[in-house]
Design a protein around this ligand. Structure first.
Ligand code: GDP
Length: 333
C-alpha cells in the first residue's frame, strides 16, 4: 500500500517522548531489548514487532505497518549482526538484509513524517587505518577492513541515507556508531558471535570439560573498545531526547584493550586457570578502532558499567541461557 507523505518535521527542538508512539525495531536482540528495558514504567507507547509479525526486508509489509501504526519516534536497532567470522563467511546476507531493512524503515519514516529516527551503525564503517581515536569525520576517508566490508558498506549506506533525507527533506534522522557491544541478550553461537560472547562460551566449555587450554581467535594483539549494551541504550535515549546538531555520533568509553587482555579478564570471570592458545588461522580484523566520543559527551552522556562488572553480568547471562528450558536462537548447542 502506498504511504501518505507528511510534512518533514522541524529540526532542532528537544523532543519529549511522553505519550508518544515509539517503535524499537529489533526489540528481541541484545540492543533492542536493552532499549525496551530503559522505557519500562515510562509514559511511552512502545511499538514492538517480532520478525514473525513483520519482516523488515519486505517493503510493502513495512510501509503498510507504518501507515497503520504511525510511530512518532523510531529507534532503528534491528539489523543482521554477527562477529568477524559471520561477516567473512556470509557477506551477501549481511549486505542484502541490512540494505533492505534500513531502506524500508528510513524511507517509510520520511513518508509518514516521523519526528525523529535514530539509526544504529557500527565501528566497522571506519577505514581500517583511521587515525586514533577515530572522529566522525573519518567516515569514507579510506579503505575498509576486508573482513567486514559488505556489512560496513551497508551501514555506511544507512548513515548516508539518513544524511540525504536530512538534506533533501529536513528529516531529523541521526546515526550513531557504537564500539564492540556486550552484555545480557548477547548471541553465544559458536561461530557467529562477537568476541566477548565467543570467548565466554569457549572459556566456559574448557572449564566444564576440564581442558588445560582454551582457544582465542587471531593473535591476541588487536585492540577493541567495549561498551555494555545498557550504556549504549542510555546513549541512544540521550541522543533521541537531545536537540542534536550533528547527524552522526560516536558512542564509546574512550578506552580499548588488547584481545589477549580481554581473554585473561574473561578467564578470571569464568574461573578458568588454564592456558590461552591463539588460533592464528582466524582473522585479526582491524587492528584498532578506538572512537573519539567527544560529541556525545557534550550531550551529557557517560558510560556507567565498569568492564569487570559488565563481564560478570555477561557470564551470568550465558549461564542463565544454558539453564533455560529452551535456549532458542541465541546459542547453538
Ligand atoms: P569486529 O570488531 O568487527 O572485528 O568484531 P568481533 O566482535 O568479531 O571481534 C573480532 C576480534 O576479536 C578479532 O580480532 C578476532 O580475531 C578476535 N577474537 C578472538 N576470539 C574471538 C571469538 O571467539 N569470536 C570473535 N567473534 N572474535 C574473536
Amino acid at each position: 500500500m502506498p504511504l501518505t507523505t507528511a510534512m518533514a518535521p522541524e529540526q532542532g527542538s528537544a523532543p519529549s517522548l511522553a505519550g508518544k508512539k515509539v517503535w524499537i525495531t529489533g526489540h528481541r536482540g541484545m540492543l533492542g531489548s536493552a532499549v525496551v528495558r530503559l522505557f519500562e514504567g515510562e509514559d511511552v507507547q512502545l511499538l514492538l514487532t517480532s520478525r514473525q509479525e513483520l519482516d523488515l526486508t519486505d517493503q510493502a509489509a513495512v510501509y503498510d505497518w507504518m501507515d497503520k501504526n504511525r510511530p512518532d519516534y523510531i529507534f532503528h536497532v534491528g539489523a543482521k549482526v554477527g562477529g568477524i567470522h559471520a561477516n567473512s563467511t556470509l557477506p551477501a546476507s549481511f549486505i542484502y538484509d541490512n540494505l533492505m531493512i534500513q531502506t524500508n524503515v528510513i524511507s517509510g519514516a520520511h513518508k509518514i513524517g516521523v519526528k525523529k529516527l535514530l539509526f544504529v551503525a557500527t565501528n566497522c564503517t571506519y577505514p581500517k587505518n583511521a587515525e586514533q581515536p577515530i572522529a566522525e569525520e573519518a567516515l569514507l576517508s579510506g579503505p575498509l577492513d576486508e573482513s567486514v566490508r559488505a556489512y560496513a558498506v551497508s551501514k555506511i549506506a544507512g548513515i548516508e541515507m539518513c544524511r540525504a533525507y536530512r538534506k533533501q527533506y529536513g528529516c531529523d534522522f541521526v546515526s550513531v556508531i557504537p564500539p564492540n557491544l556486550y552484555g545480557p541478550g548477547d548471541n553465544y553461537h559458536s561461530q557467529h558471535s562477537h568476541v566477548v560472547a565467543g570467548i565466554i562460551r569457549r572459556t566456559h566449555e574448557a572449564k566444564i570439560q576440564k581442558k588445560s587450554e582454551f582457544i582465542v581467535w587471531g593473535d591476541g594483539t588487536p585492540r577493541r573498545e567495549l561498551l555494555h549494551v545498557d550504556d549504549l541504550a542510555e546513549a541512544l535515549k540521550c541522543v533521541m531526547l537531545a536537540s542534536t546538531t550533528h547527524d552522526l555520533y560516536n558512542i564509546g568509553c574512550n578506552h580499548d584493550l588488547a584481545i589477549a587482555d580481554l581473554a585473561e579478564m574473561i578467564a578470571e570471570v569464568v574461573g578458568f586457570r588454564g592456558q590461552i592458545v591463539y588460533d592464528k588461522n582466524k582473522p585479526n580484523g582491524t587492528m584498532r578502532k578506538l572512537l573519539d566520543s567527544s560529541k556525545i559527551k557534550k550531550l551529557g552522556w557517560r558510560p556507567r558499567v565498569a568492564e569487570m562488572a559488565g563481564l560478570k553480568g555477561a557470564y551470568e547471562d550465558f549461564l542463565s541461557l544454558l539453564e533455560a528450558p529452551a535456549p532458542g536462537a541465541r546459542i547453538d548447542l
